[in-house]
Design a protein around this ligand. Structure first.
Ligand SMILES: C[S@@+](CC[C@H](N)C(=O)[O-])C[C@H]1O[C@@H](n2cnc3c(N)ncnc32)[C@H](O)[C@@H]1O
Length: 373
């Protein structure tokens, strides 16, 4: 319970302050940021100890991409109300954007105190500690967060990570939305293995010793290799090295129960990997696209174009930070988007045809039908 809820120190906000704040939030919703900051600043002046106006001001700066001012506003709010989780988390993230890792650490620790079970906050804290070079403490956080999510494998201290453990954020959704579709002897494919965090979760949680994970990456990292060795799950994992546009079409099309697309997140590559992932998935197989809602990347442009082209072949399972779909048809029918800009700039058709040609050479039979309609 925060200080506002308790009615301590801040006192109850007056009707006038609330009205000013409401106006400010209205401006925020409409994207009128200067007006929002003006109105929220008046609310802050009228009640200097009240944290909420600073949250609104922070959001207005955040949405304009001004992380310096956003950090200051959220940090002020966090100072006034250290138990306000969002203020601490957003302040930490805004400090991270400025590479101010010491300040970010304090904020993420405060956020973790406000909500001990928030996975996303613990993931940010681990990432921040890695940025500070404190890999032991980062791994402690990663291991305890995995354990909170009932994933015990990383408790093995020889499994360790040097890069941000974003995958932990997805575990709960994957349990709900993906796991029910995957047989224990399933055949799984991942594009983008990094340090094997997602690889190991798939190998330990989605399948048993009768299943297999094919993990593809353009690089083969020492940390990937040592984590696989330490996991005791080596027998369940096949590693492929090389660019996915070359390696994935060589795999048997229509044969995977699950494909995780988490490689190069540029729109063109997300699109090309997506085509190959749909081809690799069997009928009823699941395909998950990472970073679909990542504001800093244009991955969604590639994935949305893929959906325009292949929409009639898929059912939607989940749309959030990741997009999860299910291939419903045996053969894939392609609709080209009627958007000439996309067609000329991104050369979608060429990408599809390249995939198809490679698919033909691997399969010796056609799977795609084209409808230009
Ligand atoms: C976000 S990381 C994958 C994280 C991993 N799936 C996890 O959750 O633990 C993206 C990975 O894609 C790999 N990658 C980038 N471009 C690639 C390409 N063209 N082909 C294959 N892998 C690629 C990178 O080397 C990197 O390891």
């Amino acid at each position: 319970m925060d200080r506002e809820t308790l009615g301590v120190e801040t006192g109850a906000p007056t009707a006038d302050t609330l009205a000013m704040l409401e106006r400010a939030e209205g401006f925020l919703r409409k994207g009128e940021y200067a007006e929002c900051i003006e109105a929220a600043s008046q609310a802050a002046i009228s009640m200097p100890n009240y944290f909420r106006p600073h949250v609104t001001i922070g959001l207005a700066w955040w949405r304009q991409g001004d992380m310096l001012n956003a950090a200051e506003s959220f940090a002020t709010s966090a100072l006034l109300n250290p138990r306000h989780f969002d203020s601490c988390l957003y302040a930490g993230r805004a400090y991270m954007a400025q590479s101010n890792y010491q300040a970010a650490r304090k904020m993420f620790e405060a956020a973790t105190n406000a909500d001990r079970h928030s996975t996303s906050c613990r993931v940010w804290l681990a990432h921040c500690l890695q940025s500070l070079g404190d890999f032991d403490e980062a791994n402690n956080i990663i291991h305890s967060t995995a354990a909170q999510l009932d994933w015990m494998l990383p408790k093995n201290k020889r499994i360790s990570f040097q890069h941000a453990p974003w995958f932990l954020n997805h575990i709960q959704i994957w349990r709900d939305k993906i796991q029910p579709y995957i047989p224990k002897n399933g055949k799984l494919l991942e594009i983008g293995s990094m340090e094997a965090m997602s690889t190991l979760w798939m190998a330990s949680e989605l399948i048993d010793s009768h299943g297999i994970v094919v993990s593809a990456d353009i690089a083969y990292r020492d940390s990937y290799a040592s984590n696989i060795r330490a996991s005791g799950l080596r027998e369940r994992i096949i590693s492929i090295v090389g660019s996915s546009v070359i390696t994935i079409p060589l795999l048997l099309a229509g044969s995977f129960d699950f494909v995780y697309v988490d490689g190069d997140h540029s729109p063109e590559m997300a699109f090309a990997d997506g085509v190959n992932a749909l081809l690799a998935a069997k009928q009823g197989g699941i395909v998950c696209f990472d970073d679909y809602k990542n504001q800093n990347q244009d991955t969604a442009l590639g994935v949305d174009t893929l959906v325009q082209c292949f929409g009639q072949n898929i059912d939607f399972i989940h749309e959030g930070y990741q997009l999860i779909v299910r291939r419903k048809s045996d053969s894939l029918v392609v609709d080209f988007p009627n958007n000439p800009k996309l067609a000329s700039n991104m050369q979608w058709r060429e990408a599809i045809e390249r995939s198809r040609v490679q698919d033909f050479s691997a399969l010796g039979s056609g799977q795609l039908a084209f409808s230009d309609g």
